[in-house]
Design a protein around this ligand. Structure first.
Ligand code: MG
Length: 401
């Protein structure tokens, strides 16, 4: 089998998203995506990956990964080249599963569980629309109500009991919220006014009161804070039994991470913003984290994420694959969630899963009672919707053998 074409797709409605297909001479097509920096990743794929990929046998996943890993620069972290490479790896696994006529999680060795628990990340339907990057001061990232279903960001800020009731009825037992982001936007993360701190604490207090003691609350801090303010927020919310504090500070300084760790025994989560097993080993070796996140779209695809999850296992750390990106990334993480023992949760955004993800693909893993269940379709089990290719906002680029 040979890879004949790389086709990349962008949609004006979702400028952060890049979708792609690898076409083969057997007729089998592998699909994938990436998120944030879509135009640049697309350009890198056609400029730099296509010459190394076209004509290759797509079932030689390890060999292709070695070829793509050998960039002169940009091969570590979550650089554009690592993220472009991640997307290709996921499409290769889709092809491999389809070649074997097995779902990817079976091609990876089979499931260790029949489903995986999710938590709801309380983004709203407008969170990913229109913007090509994460802009924390955009109205839809600060809780503007667009009048759609699942306005979870607006609800976590202004109607916590309704949010908790809705989630409980759908079977969720955990949620993630970020009530301090506006204050970080206002101060550049340097300080937090007492009123802003109190307002964010009140949100958490209301969620805990509505949810009862069993429900898990994750506090997302989006890498927006200085270490001292992050500690203020952690100390002010601890009494409400926060399950984990996520990206409390930027991950770039090992000294800052160690300083934060030394000053709190709260559960800390990091990881979704970095890539490759080498970066994860450095993070794990610092012994500053209690939980780990990994995004297959950003960390190196299914192949590298699997190694990262295995590596975390040797440190006794549980991993939650990231979502709030796109439907193919969710499904890639889900397949890893089924095959790796040390998975804690699969992140899940109901506003996306029941919203725009359904406009892009068919065949998503089934959500039932707070958990995701697999189907038996080969590969990732996903297909672009038939109308995807007829959209008036579709932009296509093709590299051919
Ligand atoms: Mg996060």
């Amino acid at each position: 089998m040979k890879i004949l074409e790389i086709r990349t797709y962008r949609l004006d409605e979702f400028p952060a998203m890049l979708f792609l297909e690898l076409q083969t001479d057997s007729g089998i097509v592998g699909i994938s995506e990436n998120c944030i920096g879509a135009v640049t990743i697309e350009a890198f794929i056609h400029e730099s990956i296509a010459p190394r990929l076209l004509g290759q046998d797509p079932t030689n996943i390890s060999l292709i990964n070695e070829k793509l890993r050998n960039d002169f620069i940009g091969y570590s972290g979550s650089s554009i080249s690592v993220r472009a490479h991640s997307s290709i790896d996921i499409a290769l696994w889709d092809i491999f599963g389809k070649t074997l006529e097995l779902p990817v999680y079976r091609a990876l060795g089979g499931p260790v569980r029949e489903s995986i628990e999710t938590y709801n990340t309380c983004a709203g339907p407008g969170y990913a629309r229109v913007s090509s990057n994460i802009e924390r001061d955009r109205a839809s990232q600060l809780g503007t109500n667009l009048g759609d279903s699942f306005e979870d960001l607006n609800m976590f800020l202004y109607d916590q009991s309704r949010l908790v009731n809705e989630l409980g009825e759908m079977g969720f037992r955990a949620l993630k919220v970020w009530p301090f982001d506006q204050a970080a936007v206002d101060s550049g993360g340097r300080f937090i006014e007492p009123e802003a701190l109190a307002a964010g604490v009140q949100v958490i207090k209301n969620i805990r009161a509505a949810a009862g003691p069993e429900f898990k609350i994750m506090l997302e801090m989006h890498s927006l804070w200085s270490t001292s303010v992050a500690l203020n927020i952690i100390n002010a919310t601890k009494e409400f039994d926060i399950y984990w504090y996520e990206d409390a500070i930027r991950i770039e300084s090992s000294k800052a991470l160690q300083q934060l760790r030394a000053k709190t025994d709260a559960d800390l989560t990091f990881g979704e913003t970095i890539g490759t097993k080498f970066e994860y080993q450095k993070l794990l070796d610092l012994k500053v984290i209690d939980h780990l996140m990994v995004d297959p779209l950003w960390a190196g695809g299914i192949s590298e994420s699997r190694k990262i999850i295995d590596l975390a296992h040797t440190y006794g750390i549980l991993v939650s694959p990231h979502d709030c990106t796109g439907p193919i990334g969710l499904t890639a993480g889900f397949n890893l969630s089924l095959t790796n023992p040390n998975i804690e949760y699969q992140e899940f955004v109901r506003a996306y899963y029941f919203g725009w993800y359904q406009e892009i693909v068919d065949g998503l893993p089934e959500f039932r009672d707070g958990k995701l269940y697999p189907n038996e379709e080969p590969g990732l089990g996903l297909k672009f919707k038939s109308n995807f290719f007829n959209r008036s906002d579709l932009r296509v680029m093709i590299s051919k053998l």
